[in-house]
Structure formats: C-alpha cells, structure tokens
Design a binder for this molecule. Structure first.
Ligand SMILES: [Zn+2]
Length: 239
C-alpha cells in the first residue's frame, strides 16, 4: 500500500493518525516526509473546559513538547492531576476567562501583548457581577511582531485576527492541520464584538481572509465549544 502525499494532506488528524498506525503496522515507508510522520504520530490533544463561562484550555503534546493554549480557571489542577506541566503557555487573548490560572504556572507565557488590565477586562466582569479575580502574570514573550514561532519540533504560524479582542491571535500548526482560534471563530458562530476594542467588521473580514482561506481540512479548536473545520465553516451563517 502506498500513501499518496496529496491524499495525506487531505486527511483530518484522526484519519491521519489511523493511517499512520495502519502503515506502521505494515512496516511501510510513510509519505510525504519522516519528520511529518513523526509529528503526526506523536501528536495528542486534550481539552479542559472550566471557569465561569466554560472556557477551553487545550493541552497539546508532540514528542517532548508540551503546550497549553490558554489558562482558564482550574486548568492548573487538571494538568497537575495528570502529572503534566507545559513547556509554555500560548494565550489566544487576555480576556479574564482565558488567563485566570496563568499566574499559577512557572513556564513562559507567550501572548500578543504584555499583560494589560484593559485587555483582561476583569474589572468589567466584576461590574457584571461575576466573581472574577485575575492575579498578575508575566508575558515573557511578546508575539505582536512575530509571524511564526518555533517551540520544540512545532512550528506555528501566528495569525492576528482582531475584532473580538485587539490582541486575538490564532495559532496555526500547518503540519498538523490544526489551529487554535480562541474566541475568533466558533463551530457555527463567531466571537462577540461588543466588548472594549471590539469590531464586528474587523472580525468578520479577518476570519474570511485569514482563517477560511486555510486548507479546508484545518481543524479549529476554539476558546469555547467544540472543534470545527475550515470546510465546515464555509457554511457559517455569521460569515
Ligand atoms: Zn474573549
């Protein structure tokens, strides 16, 4: 059996993992490259959902590399119970529900901007009656000017998609056909744009031009709710 490189690229991650397992059993050479095969077969993703507004924290492992995407309330204890610690945290944006546990981690935190209470909006949340308390945390690496980021074996494209929040970054891993969308694009929805710094037009054009143009098999893991794909979101009624 031969695995065609183009066919491989059209597989979703679960399909690709199954294909990798089948080919490994058959002791066949895998295409299109050994490094990609290693990446795909080593990749795992688990998602924690918690905090006041059911925010996702995605924990990605690939070989020796461990990344946490966002730090909602409770994700530190969830990882500790698994005996896991991330090498780095990548913030999709700083809204309070995505950063409540950030101060509990010792690892570097990467984000579009330095920590900024005008982005966190915790005071605004308390005005709404939400019992939110965000401790200071330090953003060790500012990604505002960075088009890409390499951590361990993983190469990430950094896609700035403001409109929900001015600092919204989508982390795209092309080799894994995976993107962490934060609160830009949801399964059948888009992020709210009525918060400070929001813009509906900016968000919609950013999603159309920068996210829906990614390969159709790209799976988006959002900050709330289930995953979706670039192909499925072509039918998104908000776009
Ligand atoms: Zn948000």
């Amino acid at each position: 059996m031969k695995v065609n490189a183009n066919a491989w690229e059209n597989l979703s991650i679960p399909q690709a993992l199954r294909a990798a397992a089948i080919c490994a059993r058959a002791n066949l050479a895998l295409l299109p490259s050994p490094s990609l095969n290693e990446l795909v077969s080593d990749f795992s993703l688990s998602t924690y959902t918690g905090g006041l507004v059911a925010t996702n924290g995605h924990f990605l492992t690939c070989g020796e590399t461990r990344l946490l995407i966002d730090a909602p309330d409770g994700v530190f204890d969830w990882l500790a119970a698994k005996g896991e610690t991330p090498d780095a945290i990548l913030l999709t944006h700083q809204h309070f529900d995505h950063v409540e546990d950030a101060h509990r981690f010792d690892c570097p935190i990467h984000a579009f901007s330095p920590m900024d209470r005008d982005l966190i909006l915790d005071a605004r949340a308390r005005e709404w009656g939400l019992p939110v308390k965000v401790e200071d945390f330090k953003v060790g690496k500012i990604l505002k000017e960075e088009p890409t980021l390499t951590i361990g074996q993983l190469e990430l494209q950094l896609i700035h998609v403001p409109g929900h929040s001015p600092d919204s970054l989508v982390y795209h891993l092309p080799a894994l056909a995976t993107a962490f969308a934060g609160d830009t694009l949801f399964c059948g929805g888009v992020g709210r744009t009525d918060l400070p710094g929001g813009s509906h037009e900016t968000l919609i054009s950013g999603i159309r031009e920068k996210l829906l143009t990614l390969p159709p098999q790209t799976t988006f893991y959002p900050g709330h709710g289930p995953s979706t794909t670039a192909a499925d979101e072509q039918e998104n009624p908000f776009l």
